[in-house]
Design a protein around this ligand. Sequence first.
Ligand SMILES: NC(=O)c1ccc[n+]([C@@H]2O[C@H](COP(=O)([O-])OP(=O)(O)OC[C@H]3O[C@@H](n4cnc5c(N)ncnc54)[C@H](OP(=O)(O)O)[C@@H]3O)[C@@H](O)[C@H]2O)c1
Length: 268
Amino acid sequence: MVPDFTNKVVLVTGASAGIGEAIALLFAKLGANLAIVGRDAGNLGSVAKRCQAERGLAPLAIVADLATDAGCDKTAKDTLAHYGRLDVLINNAGVGARTCIQNADMETFDRVFNTNVRGVYNLTRQLVPALIKSKGNIINISSIAGTCVTVGSLPYPMSKAALDHFSKLIALELAPLGVRVNTVSPGVTVSKFVQRLTDYNEKQYQDWLKNASGSIPLGRVCSGEDIAKMVAHLASDELSPLVTGTVVEVDGGMRFGNIGGLVQSYAK
Ligand SMILES: NC(=O)c1ccc[n+]([C@@H]2O[C@H](COP(=O)([O-])OP(=O)(O)OC[C@H]3O[C@@H](n4cnc5c(N)ncnc54)[C@H](OP(=O)(O)O)[C@@H]3O)[C@@H](O)[C@H]2O)c1
């Protein structure tokens, strides 16, 4: 069964690149009326054009920094003003870090937590009334880093552990109101994520991905589309009507392997 999001309003944060871009494109193909968010207006605009080519309808493109209260307020307000409702909230925007406690600084901590935790909390808080009205659902994009213990990417794994628990807490609170909340936890996925943290050129990044594939039981890293398909599955009321409070890993079994060396290979 192919999920159908015709007449559903779907908000995807961090849709200007990587996994969020793949999620936006898949939901456009599946008929959703989209609101997409990112800071980079140029990248967001080109994703909007590709979604329009799939859907025949331009998404609402919101340029906003979700690490700020103003960015969260604008995203919630513009989405509801434009569509008058919300059916699916996909909290995907996130940033990583390359820190150990011995070289930690508070600027990195604040950047990671303001984006990956505070922004998600703030945006979700503002959109929950609309989701209760539509009996909609929330998908949070976490990471297997939230449960694997590694050295070199503090405080990113802490932020994802907080996100996993946040999802479960609000899943329980919102279940009696008909709102489902689920989490998708990717393993290594092709995107700009690692390149934003490193000065790897394309060749070095491809080598890093090849090395990563060696620690993945199913033998390859994820594509954005691999993650997007699971998001659509969980967001579909037809496919997942009783699924809530789950954390679904899409990682090729990577969490069972030795991922410590991989994280350390780009740690400072
Ligand atoms: N790639 C992986 O291996 C991997 C693995 C596990 C989990 N994840 C998670 O997957 C999610 C997506 O990451 P990705 O791999 O697609 O990384 P990416 O290619 O770097 O994309 C990140 C997206 O988030 C947006 N973003 C970041 N900070 C933002 C902010 N303050 N306000 C608004 N938008 C913001 C970026 O947009 P702008 O640049 O336009 O602001 C971009 O669209 C993240 O939550 C990440 O933790 C990734």
